[in-house]
Design a protein around this ligand. Structure first.
Ligand code: ADP
Ligand code: MG
Length: 436
């Protein structure tokens, strides 16, 4: 069957995980298709919607390649029962608002443990009763701990109930704002963002120091809030700690409920690894799972990454994933990461965490705060990059390597006696590795 062949061809253009998750189970709907109109059936509306936005162009292109005909590609839901609304049976209607939600980010696919229980429960309650319980809901926590997943789960949940959902990162919001401002179409911008049922905004920490966007966002927020429309925000920090954020926004972010996500405990990590394997049809024995859970950092994106990598390597080399194999892949990966860290990566993380400008760290400023930040960067650069002391001295415009050696000594002294400082340094290292 031609249509099936096309899906086979698509396999070479996307990752095997994408294929497994979204494409493998599509069925060609022969009855509804014509030569220039091909219809596929998906398991549920989320997958149908996702495949339509992400892969239909590729599918159309492959079809054209094979037949010379440029088709329209349509996704419908398999076995849409009589009870479901006719709109769904007719295919996926265009969402009312711009939505790019990953259909895998659902509440069912989220593993709950004590580290994320609170954020999970808050998100689920808000998804069930948008605009009624906590408005806004503000979720914060470290990199790769599931903030975007929960945010989109709220979106997916409500998309299924045909609510109009906007999911957007604050950076996209900012770009959209600038675009409409330039084109003098701000009325369209406002119409779009003030008419949705749920506004889900990811990574609001990047609002920092963007005064004009903050001003606009403030009015969007008020308008939605006044009309009991749900707002959900995520950030890597508590609103109070977002530097360069207007007080009136900070206070509004605290109006509703603030939920944090902590790094997962071992048990949760194990459960997450098992869940990911189950979703992607990967088999790992318990020993390997335990090894991964204990040896990988807390960033779940990274944990997912390594599982995918293991699976890919194993199938490439026609080998089973054993503990030994997992160990060697992990070791390679660590080496790889460390090789690639640069002083600039370190400066970026440290300056962001300490709320100073990267240029200040590289400057000659003698202010205490900056001297301290510079020492931390030097210490980390010595440990995480191949730079020698003289090359670091040169980078920072220091007289010679004795200044670098002095900075190292000073940090080592503090590390010896200050437990909090030690934790902070470890956190920096984590963030630097994950910022890559
Ligand atoms: P963040 O936005 O906090 O940086 P993400 O939401 O992007 O993190 O999560 C990173 C990856 O880890 C995603 O693929 C997500 O599905 C997965 N993940 C995070 N937490 C969980 C969890 N509790 N259960 C299942 N998957 C999770
Ligand atoms: Mg995120």
């Amino acid at each position: 069957m031609l249509a099936d062949k096309i899906l086979e061809m698509l396999k070479d253009e996307i990752t095997s995980i994408e294929y497994q998750r979204y494409i493998k189970d599509l069925k060609f709907d022969e009855k509804s298709s014509k030569s220039n109109y091909i219809v596929f059936l998906a398991k549920n509306p989320l997958i149908a919607n996702w495949v339509k936005t992400k892969y239909s162009k590729k599918i159309a292109k492959l079809y054209e390649l094979k037949t010379g005909i440029k088709p329209e590609v349509e996704m419908r839901v398999k076995n849409a029962t009589k009870t479901s609304k006719p709109k769904i049976e007719k295919g996926i209607k265009k969402p009312k608002s711009s939505t790019k939600l990953n259909p895998s980010y659902t509440f069912e696919n989220f593993v709950v443990g004590s580290s994320n229980q609170f954020a999970y429960t808050a998100s689920l309650s808000v998804a069930e009763k948008p605009g009624k319980l906590y408005n806004p809901l503000f979720i914060y926590g470290g990199v790769g701990l599931g903030k975007t997943h929960l945010l989109q789960a709220i979106g997916n949940y409500n998309l299924q109930r045909e609510k109009s959902v906007i999911y957007i990162t604050i950076e996209q919001f900012m770009n959209d704002f600038t675009y409409h401002l330039r084109n003098q179409t701000m009325d369209r911008f406002r119409e779009k963002y003030r008419k949705c049922d749920l506004l889900l905004i990811d990574d609001v920490q990047f609002l920092s120091r963007k005064e004009q966007t903050q001003e606009e966002f403030f009015h969007t927020f008020n308008e939605l809030h006044n009309n009991s429309k749900q707002i959900v925000l995520t950030s890597d920090k508590h609103p109070k700690k977002i530097a360069g954020l207007e007080e009136r926004l900070k206070s509004r972010f605290e109006w509703g409920l603030i939920a944090d996500i902590q790094p997962p405990e071992l048990e949760t990590k194990i459960a997450i690894i098992k869940k990911k394997c189950e979703l992607d049809g990967i088999y790992l024995d318990n020993e390997t799972i335990n090894y991964l859970a204990t040896n990988l950092d807390d960033n779940i994106r990274e944990i997912e990454g390594i599982i995918i990598k293991l699976n890919a390597y194993a199938s490439l080399m026609n080998q089973k994933i054993t503990l030994e194999f997992a160990k060697s892949v992990l070791k390679e990966q660590k080496k790889e990461q460390e090789k690639n860290i640069t002083i600039d990566d370190i400066i970026k993380v440290v300056s962001n965490e300490l709320n100073i400008k990267p240029s200040e760290i590289k400057s000659r400023s003698r202010s205490r705060k900056i001297v301290n930040a510079r020492r931390i960067v030097i210490y980390l650069a010595r440990n995480l990059t191949p730079n020698s002391m003289p090359s670091l001295a040169q980078y920072f415009g220091m007289k010679d390597h004795t200044s670098v050696s002095h900075a190292m000594k000073r940090i080592n002294e503090i590390l010896q006696k200050d437990e909090n400082f030690k934790v902070q340094i470890e956190e920096f290292i984590n963030k630097i590795k994950h910022s890559m």
